[in-house]
Ligand binder design. Structure first.
Ligand code: NAP
Length: 435
């Protein structure tokens, strides 16, 4: 028998559990441990609430979770309720699938002002993450600044711009929907420190901005390189740039009944954020590209007024005491998924925050190949009963998958009309619904 502990119940965690099941059949016991009482990590708290079809992948994870040899162990915080060393003593393999839930810091003056948030916090707020339920983002002025040219910047700009009706079928939490409905937003500036050819936005997500009920994207045609240069781009980026060209060609009449403008401000790098106790403006410097396509400052600055700034410049994995970590890349130091004897990592904790949800699948399968090679038929460790005894001794209230199903049932029952669920945003409410 092999005993495997997976820390984190997001996509990387469940793909690893699925791979372990396929590789070892009945001869494995997998515990998927999560600090929250609810599973699925990024699917629940990161994927945009209006992208329900993407969230449907959780059904695949549920099929894995419902099998006999895989167990969900929720509401158990590694580092607090149990240490990595204790887990290594109990399991043949411990796999860190902790994702990258922390923001890469925006290292400019004023980034600590009230009203400046990283995307983990802001997205977490509208997705009902318990850590960010009390955020209260100031949406009381006409201008919002979104920093970054990736898909998260698009998610944030779109959610800020959609009407209540457009968010009808989403699972955005009610407290965020109510605040967004009364927001005074008229102008969302998306700052890219490089140009249209350097965006990390995918065509489908970009295209959505062209179909919003009350918002319209604006691209300055002067920012677009000569169209002939698009031929040199990867096909996906070329499609995205084609989308930007369409936005640039919109006639003014198209904006007449769209009170919100989503402005793509390219070659624009934020240099400081100013305000009296709260953000009031962002000072931005014009940039240019050097021969290596890096952004270089030009010395020309201008200001954008804003009551809210959301920095969408990427994420990092939280370090764990005693586990080797690559600070520059925000992930665990690893060799193809191996960290230390018995300790592995997968997904964003291994690679850093890039790729789609499906990119985590091969990660899970390849780490299980390593585990198979390293642990053979098992090393005779205690596994589940050992964990249960330790958590019991410490009085940790474990949330099981069957408890989660009760939480899910209550969330479905509490849903607004047209919405799939109303998420609990407090840990105590989740635990109560599950018990
Ligand atoms: P990302 O794709 O890495 O984009 C980060 C952006 O931030 C880049 O444009 C980067 O510009 C910019 N940036 C970094 N540091 C900066 C700084 N100091 N100042 C200004 N700009 C800075 O990250 P993400 O948007 O957080 O997305 C993470 C991953 O999730 C990606 O793989 C993404 O595709 C995926 N995702 C997918 C979906 C979807 O498929 N629907 C939705 C959301 C997220 P440079 O290029 O100049 O560094």
């Amino acid at each position: 028998m092999r005993h495997i502990a997976i820390i984190g119940s997001g996509p990387a965690g469940y793909y690893t559990a699925e791979a372990a099941q396929k590789a070892f059949g009945e001869d494995v016991r997998v515990d998927v441990i999560d600090r929250l009482p609810v599973p699925y990590g990024l699917i629940r708290f990161g994927v945009a609430p209006d992208h329900q079809s993407i969230k449907a992948v959780s059904r695949r994870y549920e099929a894995v979770a419902l099998t006999e040899n895989v167990r969900f162990v929720g509401n158990v915080c590694v580092g607090k309720d149990i240490s990595i060393d204790e887990l290594l003593g109990l399991y043949d393999a411990v796999v860190l699938a902790t994702g990258a839930p922390h923001d890469r810091p925006l290292e400019i003056a004023g980034a600590d002002l009230h009203g400046v948030y990283g995307s983990a916090a802001f997205v977490g707020w509208y997705n009902g993450h318990p850590d960010f339920a009390d955020l209260e983002p100031p949406l009381d002025s006409s201008h919002v600044v979104v920093i970054g040219n990736g898909n998260v910047a698009l998610d944030v700009a779109r959610i800020l711009s959609k009407t209540r009706e457009e968010l009808g079928g989403s699972d955005i939490v009610s407290h965020a929907l109510d605040v967004l409905e009364t927001a005074k937003t008229e102008h969302v500036s998306i700052l890219g420190r490089r140009g249209p050819h350097q965006i990390a936005m995918t065509p489908k997500e970009l295209g959505e901005l062209g179909h919003l009920a009350r918002a319209c994207p604006r691209v300055d045609p002067a920012d677009l390189p000569d169209v002939a240069e698009d031929a040199l781009l990867e096909p996906g980026v070329r499609k995205s740039v084609t989308c930007l060209r369409e936005f640039a060609a919109y006639p003014e009449s198209f904006r007449a009944d769209k009170p919100i403008e989503i402005d793509f401000d390219f070659f624009a790098s934020p240099v400081r954020i100013e305000g009296d106790g709260r953000v009031e403006r962002v000072v931005v410097e014009r940039t240019a590209l050097d021969a290596d396509m890096r952004s270089v400052a030009t010395g020309e600055t201008y200001e954008i007024p804003a009551s809210l700034v959301v920095s969408c410049i990427g994420y990092q994995t939280p370090p764990i005491d005693g586990v080797p970590y690559e600070h520059g890349r925000g992930r665990f130091a690893n060799d193809e998924g191996r960290i230390l004897p018995g300790l592995y990592c997968v997904g964003w904790a291994r690679r850093g925050p890039s790729g789609t949800i499906g990119t985590n699948r091969p990660d899970g399968y390849s780490v299980v190949d390593l585990i198979a090679a390293d642990v053979g038929d098992g090393t005779g460790k205690a596994g589940r009963p050992g964990l249960d005894a330790l958590l019991d001794k410490r009085g940790t209230q474990v949330v099981k998958f069957s408890d989660w199903k009760k939480i899910e049932e209550a969330e479905i029952a509490n849903a607004r009309d047209g919405s799939p669920r109303e998420k609990f945003v407090r840990i105590e409410d989740m635990i109560k619904a599950g018990s």
